[in-house]
Design a binder for this molecule. Structure first.
Ligand code: SF4
Length: 363
């Protein structure tokens, strides 16, 4: 495999802000890295385990997942894959709601994560008590929640969606005359509302990474690279989405990069995505969309601090010791599974839906 240069990992000394509170592992030495990769390969086999990694985690964990028969994917595909795979242990390199979703769908399996503190600002910003009170204020509405929520919030919902199927599912509900209560990401909710015309009330959460993309600086960057296409994840602010050539989930962004006729792309999502984008498209150039203003010392630091908590060392430790297990009570899992299964059934029936839309500038 060609050497792939990844954004944050090639300049670890530039910015230490991300280390201020997040428990982010140090990069291992080249020797220890190779040793850990080998140990993990053997340990996965010994424990009848499979590694499932999200596109935003460290490139080493993405490569290892694929190389050992696991998967690197978005949260929808991670859930689907984990459920169908015959392994008795799922190792989820991502954030907590991904591990919980895997456990809800496969309650009989052991689900391990490298770091149990790896969370998500959307999940943290939508506590179940406040969310339930919000639902109680709107009893006539169908409750649709993003996958980035706790098991308890999912259990209180009618539908779970990911960014790759949110528009299709809400459009389907809108066509049935349903009014929607949406949580927790306000930007994605506004985008889905604009795309579908559905009647939606929104919880006002946001992603700490995507919320930071800046439209003014992006316009400047577009002037600098006039032929570049702009790919945007819909958790980004509306004014950034309005400048996109394509809007989509992580899978949608990958598809757009492969199919749009351009050499240079400006990408507004977590820069963990650069690994797969560059690997799949070695002849194309991918640039990070700006998250910082003119006076800032860096142009972009679009990397999720919780995703960054996943590393080779803590993955190996969790696998060997069997600690860092995700537990969801059988009763809660049963309730949370219903809206997740609805999503899986809906998307399976519509297999082939692209998960990406050309931008109409309406969001
Ligand atoms: S990138 Fe944003 S949405 Fe994804 S896990 Fe991190 S905080 Fe949550």
């Amino acid at each position: 495999m060609n050497k792939i240069v990844d954004v944050i990992y090639e300049r670890p000394a530039t910015c230490d802000t991300r280390h201020a509170w997040a428990n982010i592992p140090d990069e291992p030495s080249p020797q220890r890295r190779a040793e850990l990769q080998d140990l993990i390969r053997k340990s996965l086999k010994r424990h009848n385990a499979v590694l499932v990694s999200h596109y935003y985690v460290h490139p080493d964990l993405q490569d290892l997942a694929e190389e050992t028969g696991g998967l690197v994917a978005d949260s929808l595909e991670m859930a689907r894959f984990g459920k169908q795979h015959p392994a008795t242990t799922l190792v989820v390199a991502g954030v907590r709601f991904m591990g919980e979703t895997a456990k809800i769908l496969s309650n009989e399996k052991t689900v391990l994560m490298p770091e149990l503190e790896a969370n998500c600002s959307l999940d943290l910003g939508c506590p179940v008590d406040a969310f339930s009170a919000f639902c109680d204020e709107h009893p006539e509405r169908t409750v649709v929640v993003y996958a980035n929520t706790s098991a308890a919030v999912k259990a209180r919902s009618d539908w779970v969606v990911t960014s790759s199927c949110a528009v299709d599912i809400v459009r389907h509900l809108h066509e049935q005359g349903k009014k929607i209560l949406w949580a927790p990401d306000k930007h994605l909710g506004e985008y889905v509302q604009a795309q579908t015309g559905a009647d939606m009330v929104l919880w006002r959460g946001s992603c700490v990474v995507h919320d930071e993309f800046k439209a003014f600086e992006l316009a400047e960057m577009k002037r600098q690279y006039p032929d570049a296409k702009v790919l945007v994840h819909p958790e980004s602010p509306a004014e950034v989405i309005a400048m996109a050539d394509a809007v989509g989930s992580t899978s949608g962004i990958l598809k757009a990069a492969a199919t749009l006729p351009a050499k240079v792309f400006i990408v507004a999502t977590d820069n963990g995505m650069m690994h797969k984008l560059r690997h799949n498209n070695p002849d194309k150039i991918f640039l990070e969309a700006p998250t910082a203003g003119r006076s800032a010392t860096c142009r972009s630091c679009a990397h999720c601090p919780w995703m960054a908590m996943n590393g080779l060392e803590n993955l190996y430790a969790a696998l060997e010791s069997g600690t860092n297990r995700i537990e969801v009570s059988a009763q809660l899992a049963e309730r949370a599974k219903v809206p997740i299964q609805r999503m899986l059934d809906f998307t399976a029936a519509r297999a082939g839906a692209s998960g990406i839309v050309p931008n109409i500038g309406a969001a």
